[in-house]
Design a protein around this ligand. Structure first.
Ligand code: FHN
Length: 428
């Protein structure tokens, strides 16, 4: 039985393990204050005051096909959009609330347009759904760890019927998995303290999700230990920290494995600046080089990278983000062979960089800080042929190389890793 279950999960996640690279999109009313998606909680904004953003919301430049093209050009194979974030605003035409995009000046079902556009560009599609809901009257407020009214005396003693909220939450998940066609990923977020597992009626929720869309990948954030429902690990689980945003530090060399040592699909999600939701003043963008390094790091440990963009109130992805995506895309055009369908190598991580591997093809990612000869320790006798992905030029494999010996353009313009393809002998 366990093996059967395992093969079910393997079937569900095989496309995901090949895809390796996706776009995360955090978008909603919080794009108007433009101070990140937690603005209501951080600034203790009452829902009545936040209402002005609902009344104003009208993303006149929302063109999801442009978003989809940018993702595709960057080499991304899937995308996950916030259908509802913690503020409770729904980007889809839910019949369970009027707090939704179709009731704003926009008058549009933003989720449906997103799904249509990204599917049209050939990408897999996922929806992020917040378990937290700071708008719903039956979600705990006073004394909650995160609610905007958590320390507002007026909310003390206010009774809430949490089961009403659960009925609403489960009902919305049912709407998303019934009215919007095939969804490839359902990205729940997040569990904390006792707001975890069966508090959400997670077993019942997962059974309903599986009955509606048996193929769907579910992340592991329905419980604070990251165990419930997770086809994939996306952080928020012990002993790792949330988001896995620093896979270099958080994820061990062997990746994430089960008790038998079998690899478990996992995904790091990272912001391009320091905010998930649009933040106009946050210009601390990561360079294309850092993004590529994180992608290589994840793949070298059997993981995926979900890279976030936070569109603004007009519905535009910030130009800084588009520029980074475009440059990452240039690198992917040349080197995606060392990313897609690749994973952890049979060989231990070399001191000068990372290996990724796909079957009998080994890819050596050389980080330019490496000094001295590139010594393919332990490989010398086993490699038949080495060549640069850049131009297919052959590399002698009988001796170590100095990085300086590589052709000048062996490194892309971010002085990024050169890549070798090593067709390894069958016995590998
Ligand atoms: O609180 C959210 C946050 O806003 C964002 O959605 C991230 C994405 O992984 N998840 C939670 C914090 O980890």
């Amino acid at each position: 039985m366990a093996n059967q279950l395992k093969s079910k999960e393997e079937k569900r996640t095989s496309w995901f393990m090949d895809a390796r690279f996706g776009m995360f999109i955090h978008w909603g009313l919080y794009a108007i204050p433009a101070r990140g998606e937690w603005v209501r909680s951080v600034e203790r904004i009452h829902k009545d005051e936040y209402q002005k953003f609902f009344d104003e919301f009208n993303p006149v430049h929302y063109e999801p096909r442009e978003w989809a093209k940018a993702a595709k050009e960057a080499g991304m194979k899937y995308a996950v959009l916030t259908a509802k974030h913690h503020d409770g605003f729904c980007l889809f035409d839910s019949q369970l609330t009027d707090y939704k995009s179709t009731q704003t000046k926009a008058g549009r079902d933003l989720v449906r347009e997103f799904l249509d556009a990204f599917r049209a560009e050939g990408l897999k599609v996922g929806l992020y759904y917040s378990l937290l809901d700071w708008y719903h009257d039956d979600y705990p407020a006073y004394g909650d760890a995160h609610h905007p009214m958590r320390d507002n005396e007026k909310y003390k003693g206010r009774y809430h019927h949490f089961n009403n909220y659960l009925e609403y939450m489960h009902g919305q998940v049912r709407e998303l998995l019934t009215n919007y066609g095939k969804i490839d990923i359902l990205w729940f977020d997040f569990s904390y303290g006792n707001m975890s597992g069966e508090t959400w009626k997670a077993t019942q929720l997962i059974e309903m999700v599986r009955s509606l869309q048996p193929h769907i990948i579910i992340d592991n954030r329905l419980d604070a230990n990251g165990e419930q429902g997770g086809s994939i690990k996306s952080g928020h689980q012990k002993p790792y920290s949330g988001d896995f945003a620093s896979p270099e530090q958080i994820i061990p060399p062997e990746g994430i494995v089960d008790t038998l040592g079998n690899p478990i699909p996992w995904e790091a999600c990272i912001t391009l600046n320091n905010n998930w939701g649009y933040c106009s003043r946050d210009k601390t963008y990561k360079s294309p080089k850092v993004v590529i390094r994180k992608l290589v790091e994840c793949v070298s440990k059997n993981g995926n990278l979900l890279l976030n963009v936070g569109p603004n109130a007009k519905g535009e992805i910030p130009k800084e983000s588009l520029e980074i995506l475009s440059e990452v895309g240039e690198w992917m055009k040349q080197n995606s062979e060392s990313i897609y369908a690749c994973g952890k190598s049979l060989y231990p991580k070399p001191e000068w960089g990372r290996y990724t591997q796909n079957g009998n093809l080994l890819y050596a990612h050389i980080f330019e800080e490496s000094v001295g000869p590139i010594n393919l320790k332990g490989l010398a006798g086993k490699v038949k042929k080495a060549s640069l992905l850049l131009d297919g030029s052959e590399l002698a494999i009988t001796r170590p190389w100095n990085v300086s010996e590589f052709p000048d353009d062996a490194f892309t313009n971010f002085s990024e890793p050169a890549h070798f393809s090593f067709p390894l002998p069958d016995e590998i």
